[in-house]
Design a protein around this ligand. Structure first.
Ligand code: CS2
Length: 477
């Protein structure tokens, strides 16, 4: 079978939707770090629509570590299929990528970041890709950051690349690009700005000041459930298309991108492409992280303990579904600040409903990755707010205990989990007094939370049924 390419477009079956623009006619205006499935299914689909009326905003996909996606995009003229898996399924060829840069192509990346036609950079490198410490600031002791401090011209981290690109532009008198962080972190733009300023400051305080005052780092909320592209899915796409497609991605029909308004003269009309631009993204961001991602991580760790495999299965378990629904409505929702135009209860119901999509096979094990990085934004901030308000945190402690139990089972079984702290977690979770040992991990639990007797007690109590092999007794809470 041949691969998807521009030449293959004309012969695709009629049922496959084609780009509304000529893929050969787009030029690069955006550099994107981390072209994983989420980027290809979400941001790139918005930009694909934008390109129908404005060809200046093609994306250069940059993958600094893994060559796979970049190779697929290069081999397929930047094209791939987006399968929307819902009641009304569809397949659409996305033509949003005008370039792709892989490992070992640093010189090309450097040139792209300094290109005046590139006005925007974006990133989905997951929480761990930003090299942040437990308090959300740049971890100056992170090996990649230590390297970038000593060799700023040959960066290893995304932060290093952004700073190097901005330094080149400043030196050449080119206005900076706007930097759009699209990862699931509270205050994601502000965190990325602070990290870039901190790295720049160590070698060049003038550059740090310039970044602080001249570069836009808007906060954003991004949302669309995107299960990984497994071989069965890629096989299905090849069958439907009649050509292979190693870049194909799948997602639910729902997609949302809320972006803090930012200045970019003669920039793209993102609103026309479906992006919501607002002056107050924080409320949306917090609601999404705490409700959707908080519920997701809860379903993942508790569901895995119950022997379940997917989000749909977890939502079909009446006890777990009831527990998560109470968690969302009675605990998480109470910690959210009111947001103009957002009915939190209706939002929570809509989110839980999306989890019941029978067409989507979203693995709990995928959501369980990188717990040490995700828990703070998804659950621990919520718990801190509940404690400050004087509410009990017994239910909220259950998913935290479930995570601790998950780490322990995996370590005991000799399985390495996907988490940047995998080694230290495995060591800590297999010792005695596991709750206390885990709560002492400052990379995950802030001191104020970890030393709060109400939280310590709730986690310790909730952990027992997991360790006894009877977590279902907790779900009546
Ligand atoms: C999920 C998210 O894998 C995970 O941790 O919670 O990827 C989630 O599907 C997206 O944030 C939905 O927008």
């Amino acid at each position: 079978m041949t691969s998807l390419s521009r030449a293959a477009l004309a012969a695709l079956p009629q049922s496959i939707l084609r780009p509304g623009h000529d893929p050969a006619a787009i030029s690069t205006g955006i550099v994107h770090f981390g072209p994983g499935a989420f980027h290809r299914a979400h941001q790139a689909a918005y930009i694909d629509r934008l390109l129908d009326s404005d060809p200046r905003w093609g994306i250069a996909a940059v993958s600094l570590r893994s060559p796979g996606t970049v190779e697929a995009l290069k081999a397929q003229d930047g094209l791939y299929t987006l399968a929307v898996i819902d009641q009304a399924p569809s397949m659409r060829v996305i033509a949003a990528h005008s370039d792709a840069v892989g490992p070992g192509e640093g010189a090309r990346l450097r040139a792209l970041l300094a290109d005046p036609a590139v006005r925007i950079a974006t990133s989905t490198v997951t929480e761990k890709g930003y090299c942040l410490a437990g308090d959300g600031t740049l971890d100056m002791a992170h090996p990649d950051i230590v390297r970038d401090l000593s060799r700023p011209a040959e960066p290893a981290s995304v932060i290093g690349w952004i700073v190097a690109g901005l330094a080149d532009r400043r030196a050449a008198g080119i206005p900076p690009f706007a930097m759009l962080c699209c990862d699931n972190m509270t205050g994601n733009g502000g965190k990325l700005r602070a990290a870039c300023v901190a790295l720049a400051h160590a070698n060049d305080p003038g550059l740090a000041d310039w970044i602080e005052s001249e570069v836009a780092f808007p906060d954003s909320m991004v949302d669309s459930i995107t299960p990984a592209s497994d071989p069965a899915f890629l096989g299905h796409v090849a069958h439907e298309l009649g050509v292979t497609d190693n870049g194909a991605v799948q997602r639910e029909g729902f997609a949302q991108w809320v972006l803090q308004r930012f200045e970019l003269p003669e920039g793209p009309d993102l609103a026309a492409a479906g992006v919501t631009l607002t002056d107050d993204v924080r409320g949306y961001e917090q609601a999404k992280l705490r409700i959707l991602n908080g519920a997701h991580s809860s379903l993942a760790y508790i569901g895995i303990a119950l022997g379940l495999e997917t989000v749909f299965e977890a939502m079909s378990d009446p006890a777990l579904e009831g527990f998560v629904s109470r968690l969302v409505h009675s605990d998480i929702a109470l910690t959210l600040k009111p947001v103009a135009g957002l009915d939190v209860s209706a939002y929570a119901d809509a989110v839980l409903d999306r989890f019941r999509n029978p067409e989507i096979r979203h693995l709990l094990s995928q959501i369980a990755w990188d717990g040490s990085q995700k828990l703070p934004y998804r659950l621990l901030d919520t718990i801190q707010d509940a404690l400050v308000a004087g509410r009990d945190v017994d239910r909220l402690a259950v998913p935290v205990a479930a995570w601790i139990a998950f780490v322990r089972y995996k370590a005991q079984a000799g399985e390495t989990i996907t988490d940047p702290l995998a080694d230290v977690l495995a060591q800590t979770a297999t010792g005695s007094d596991v709750a206390a040992a885990m709560l002492a991990l400052r990379q995950v639990f802030p001191e104020k939370l970890a030393t709060d007797p109400r939280f310590r007690h709730a986690v310790t109590e909730a952990l027992l049924p997991f360790l006894d092999g009877h977590p279902e007794t907790l779900l009546r809470r």
